[in-house]
Design a protein around this ligand. Structure first.
Ligand SMILES: [Ca+2]
Length: 301
């Protein structure tokens, strides 16, 4: 009976792969790879003053979350030793406890750019199971009042193209088929996304075909790019790199209808729910977050 329920659930929801409409073009891509400007900065020190940088936090100075706009519970978030030269002395720990909390993280609203790059370091502890939400870039109507929240919530609903779109770089476990935390993929919402089999609009998945399962207990340099489309034209793009290696690049995405709608909020979090996760304690570390107008690349040691 349990099997039948599981089967029915999978058949109804499944995963909406964007692969047919949006083939991965990374093999012939002209996007940069390997080192970028951050290679010259030890542990991202001084990154905030680089002309291409919009926002940076390497968690080395001050209180946790001081430069951010929203901060999760102090029961979940803390500063701990990083244990790696490229991550300096301190990093952020997210310790999610099943039945007590759902984890959390930090959110920053920032000045948008036509093409935006987001780079972070992350390390999955040995105890880490599947993760539900991870690092999400959202487009909201503006930076103030109700407009700053127009891209949040509304899971399962089709965006109208003038109020929101979003893309998230996150590990996905393929419904328990992959070893946790799984493989990297984009989970994206926009007004021309495909409908899921249950009739709802759940995030469409952009998954590179050849990829190893994510290794735990090591720092990983993850970076992604979003290029806005010209309103009325499907010329938007997204791509991501792991440790400087371009793993996926997708083009022809019509993210938005309106020129005023731009990606302007970044959430760095580890959010878990018992639908995915069985381990009682799930720990993820983050460091070296940079939002920039050009390719960032791995941090210098
Ligand atoms: Ca650090």
């Amino acid at each position: 009976m349990k099997f039948m329920k599981t089967f029915l659930f999978l058949a109804l929801t499944g995963i909406t792969l964007a692969a047919d409409r949006f083939p991965d073009t990374s093999s012939g891509s002209l996007l940069p790879k390997g080192d970028g400007f951050a290679a010259r900065l030890k542990g991202d020190d001084g990154a905030a003053s680089h002309p291409a940088v919009i926002f940076a936090d390497n968690f080395e100075n001050g209180e946790l979350g001081a430069g951010w706009n929203e901060k999760g519970s102090t029961k979940v978030l803390s500063l701990v030793p990083s244990g790696a030269a490229e991550c300096g002395k301190r990093c952020m720990q997210v310790e999610a406890r099943l039945g007590e909390n759902e984890g959390g993280g930090l959110t920053k609203w920032f000045e948008p750019a036509d093409t935006v790059f987001v780079r972070f370091y992350t390390r999955f502890d040995a105890n880490c199971d599947y993760v539900h939400h991870f690092v999400t870039l959202r487009a909201n109507k503006g930076q103030a009042g109700g407009d700053k929240w127009s891209g949040f919530g509304k899971a399962g609903l089709l965006p109208d193209g003038d109020e929101r779109f979003s893309t998230a770089l996150e590990p996905m476990g393929d419904w328990g088929k992959l070893k946790p935390p799984g493989k990297w993929n984009f989970y994206s919402y926009w007004h021309e996304m495909d409908k899921s089999r249950d009739g709802m609009y759940w995030g469409n998945q952009f998954l590179p075909t050849t990829q190893e399962t994510i290794t735990k207990e090591r720092w990983i340099c993850a970076e992604f790019m979003l290029k806005h489309n010209t309103p009325g034209k499907p010329d938007g793009e997204q791509a991501f790199w792991i440790d400087g290696r371009l793993l996926g690049h997708w083009r022809g995405i019509n993210w938005r209808k309106s020129a005023g709608l731009k990606a302007n909020a970044l959430t760095l979090e580890s959010y878990i729910t018992d639908r995915w996760t069985k381990n009682p304690v799930n720990t993820v570390y983050f460091d070296n977050l940079i939002i920039a107008r050009e390719y960032i690349g791995p941090a210098g040691k």
